[in-house]
Design a protein around this ligand. Sequence first.
Ligand SMILES: Nc1ncnc2c1ncn2[C@@H]1O[C@H](COP(=O)(O)OP(=O)(O)OP(=O)(O)O)[C@@H](O)[C@H]1O
Ligand SMILES: [Mg+2]
Length: 628
Amino acid sequence: MSGHAGWQSWRSFSSDSSVTKKKLAPGTLRRIVRFAAPYKRDLIVFLTLVVIDAVIGTLNPLIFREIINKGIIGKRVGLIEVLALFIAGLAILAAALSLVQRFFSARVGEGLIYDMRSKVYEQVQRMPIAFFTRTQTGALITRLNNDVLGAQQAFTGTLSNVVSNLISVTLVLITMFVLSWQITLVALLILPVFVLPARYMGRRLQTITRESYALNAEMNTTMTERFNVAGALLVKLFGRPGEEGRRFRDRAGRVRDIGITSAMYSRIFFVSLMLTASLATAVVYGWGGVLAARGALDVGTVVALTAYLNRLYGPLTALSNVQVDVMTSLVSFERVFEVLDLPPMITDRPDARPLPADARTIEFDDVHFSYPTAEEVSLASLESVAVLDPTPSQQVLHGVSFRAEPGQLVALVGPSGAGKTTISSLVPRLYDATAGAVRIGGYDVRDVTMDSLRDAIGVVTQDAHMFHETVRANLLYARPDATDAELWDALRGGQINELVASLPDGLDTMVGERGYRLSGGEKQRLAIARLLLKQPAIVILDEATAHLDSESEVAVQRALKQALDGRTSLVIAHRLSTIRDADLILVIDGGRVVESGRHEDLQAQDGLYAELYRTQFQRQETLETVAD
Ligand SMILES: Nc1ncnc2c1ncn2[C@@H]1O[C@H](COP(=O)(O)OP(=O)(O)OP(=O)(O)O)[C@@H](O)[C@H]1O
Ligand SMILES: [Mg+2]
């Protein structure tokens, strides 16, 4: 029991005391209460058990006293037997209660974790794509995990400790004062001898703990960066395992050193706590023993007093630092709330209506756009900076206007960084235009529901991401109710059916991060199959920049023809040969449409398009001559 309290107080001494200076946002407490409301009954049972446990603990030394004074000294064997049995009974009761207590605390704690996790997950999913481009995934996940756990600690850890320690200390002190106020006073006087140095040492310990977290994080980052496929590939290709090993040893070495320091500090803490209790025991035995020998105090009381000492120092030390514990938990709660409060920048308007199924024209009307600033989409506490960079970002699109009629293929071409991907991401509302409007079938995309918008638009992105799941699951993501026959139809349309059929488990082969490795072209074709399954009215295609070999290029081309047939499509093409037949070609440069027209018109204009085409064509020819 006192060991537990000792550990608890050590933990609170090593946590960051600067949290107590932090001001909580108004209403935080009320929100915490609301979060805990569903667990009110469990919490009451739990706290009642904590109180009973503390009372039983305080009762024991009093029974020792009776056994010694009335039983042993009074030579009443019967009473000794009864009291011993009573102690045994209490011990069994305490053991049973502690199991029940743990059950309730686990139920409340894990329940809270569950509630907060699901809420946070849903909230993060609602965040605009800009949030994810700003936030490091690893940092976000770690932070949320830690904060959710920290907030949970507030209930099962801090709350029960505070309640149990308060009750224990109060009961123990009252009983001790009644037994002998002089000895109790001396025992209390010894306490500052321990608590004051402990406070001083606690500050040192905080610095060490913080440092060790940082060092550990650094070491983990090295590992996660080097041990994923891309990182491992770089290490292999640039082949400096010796230096990598040295750098890692250096980091691991610092973790080792700080581990030793921190172990020593925590041992010093425990040893001084134990030493204080032992010294006090010596005082109580010494002085109490003298008093007992003189007949001023009975033997049982001396024994009871020393037993109480063990239940006094741990809880008192923990209570002396209680505000740090409470604040640490509250701040965790607040950080979770901070994420829950992030306004999702892109949501349905209150009066949003579904996009009619026949809406198929795409229209850009003098669209200006700049990417949102960190301040608008992110949280300082997630980017490990004190203040988010408020400088407005550069404008990327400067008045883009064009129109794609139903069923037309509109191609976007232009140099890298011109703004092609940006234009395409405004249609499914990954971002909203800063000025001007994007309309589908005459409806401003901001006036229709996100769900209907997503149903109407199919996108194949530059990297054609697949989840680490089966081919089937990846395809069904587009249309959960599709039958196997429909899946194969889509695969045939994507020109990828033969490959899937030849895979060891066919549709049930795992693909994605750690599954079967699809080549760039194969992934694009699978993404096209996924799109075919969805049957959207509008298709956006960001052609992979990675070079496909000519065979898979032909396959992708054929797949595309099928995918785009009869649909309004926006195709970002890097290979100009693929869009020669486009109904409209928009040449984008520096965030503006600088030329537009059909292939022949643009060739005749002899502008940027003609130049791009010439350079590509020449390169193509040189490549072919080299190949010959
Ligand atoms: N998430 C972002 N935040 C801030 N700026 C961005 C972001 N994404 C792109 N940009 C900037 O916007 C400009 C246009 O980028 P975009 O991705 O639209 O180019 P692109 O024409 O698709 O190029 P590429 O042909 O290389 O794919 C670039 O200057 C780029 O640096
Ligand atoms: Mg791009």
